[in-house]
Design a binder for this molecule. Structure first.
Ligand code: BTN
Length: 325
């Protein structure tokens, strides 16, 4: 109902009376008044006049469908959206909707996550309403072994969008950290539900630090935000709309032509290639120079003895990035 009232306020030039809202939406005047108060609490500036009704003066930078959908330039990604003021994790909420059979392209956003999930079982935290936290439900007809490519696709989409909003040096630390001026600005978590030979659905979630002014001591040296790097508040809803547009374009080519069709752009955005790296995999750890990324997205590391190892997943530190000296 709140979404519908916001739409009416947006579509009416000037004032719209409480009576008109109550008539169009078939709710009581008292209910309209209560909804208006709750909409104001979300950050909408609304002028109320006992004679004329309500007039919308300003919309907040929140990631609700009312604010994001009008900015979308996509066919199916984000055309259905679900927004939470506070939720445990948007990846978990998206997974629940996927299990109930929602369509491909559903986007779940939140102002705050109370149990945000990071890679390798870590936690992902961000202050309320200063970052973008979202997850997308995907149902691609690909093999489970190709699913990790989605992480690279989202990484490229975020990187393209961030470049549009800043002049800073944005790049991707393999496989999926977005780096701005050598510090992490975004993390991506891809989760899959499937069987040995078939993907049921994939959830890809991203957390982007946009308007956080500072980070706590332990991550201060490795994390950054758009605000810290540009000195300006950036519109979260516009960045999200831009990411979703880039993501849909890249995801469509990924489904039609595979990761190899975009690997050259991925490599050109990489802050890992050509640098000394430390790899911590689930079985061992080693160091070497990152010399290539294969057409299926694996990182090729040349060891000191000249042998090459392909990395499928793991924790990779890159010299000169994110505090690794
Ligand atoms: C990482 O770098 O460790 C990945 C972090 C991924 C965080 C995002 S925020 C939105 C989505 N929901 C989650 O619970 N996690 C991802």
């Amino acid at each position: 109902m709140k979404e519908k009232i916001v739409e009416l306020l947006k579509n009416s030039r000037g004032y719209i009376s409480g009576e008109e809202i109550s008539r169009q939406l078939n709710v009581s005047r008292t209910a309209v008044w209560k909804y208006i108060n709750s909409i104001k609490e979300e950050g909408y500036e609304i002028e109320s006049s006992s004679r004329k009704g309500y007039m919308l003066l300003n919309c907040p930078d929140i990631l609700t469908p009312s604010e994001v959908v009008p900015l979308l330039r996509t066919k199916y990604i984000g055309r259905e959206m679900l927004h939470f003021d506070s939720i445990d994790s948007t990846n978990l909420a998206a997974r629940a909707r996927a299990q109930e059979g929602c369509k491909e392209g559903l986007v779940v956003t939140a102002e705050e996550q109370t149990a945000g999930k990071g890679r390798l079982g870590r936690r992902w935290t961000s202050p309320k309403s200063s970052s973008i936290t979202f997850s997308v439900v995907l149902r691609p007809a690909i093999k489970p072994s190709e699913a990790s490519g989605i992480t690279l696709v989202m990484g490229m989409a975020v990187c393209r969008a961030i470049k549009r909003f800043t002049t800073g040096e944005a790049g991707i630390k393999w496989p999926n950290d977005i780096i701005l001026n050598r510090k992490k600005i975004c993390g991506i978590l891809t989760e899959m539900s499937g069987e040995i030979d078939a993907v049921n659905f994939i959830i890809v979630g991203a957390g982007i630090n946009v308007n956080a002014g500072e980070f706590p001591g332990e991550i201060k040296d490795i994390a950054t935000s758009m605000l810290i790097e540009t000195g300006k508040i950036t519109s979260r809803k516009e960045i999200l709309a831009s990411i979703l547009k880039e993501f849909e374009k890249l995801y469509d080519s990924f489904k039609e032509r595979g990761l190899s069709s975009m690997i050259d752009e991925y490599k050109s955005l990489s802050v890992t290639l050509g640098n000394q790296v430390k790899v911590l995999s689930s079985v061992d750890s080693f160091e070497g120079k990152a010399v290539d990324i294969t057409d299926d997205g694996l990182l090729v590391v040349r060891l000191e003895n000249g042998a090459e190892r392909k990395v499928i997943s793991g924790d990779v530190s890159v010299r000169g990035v994110n505090g690794y000296i």
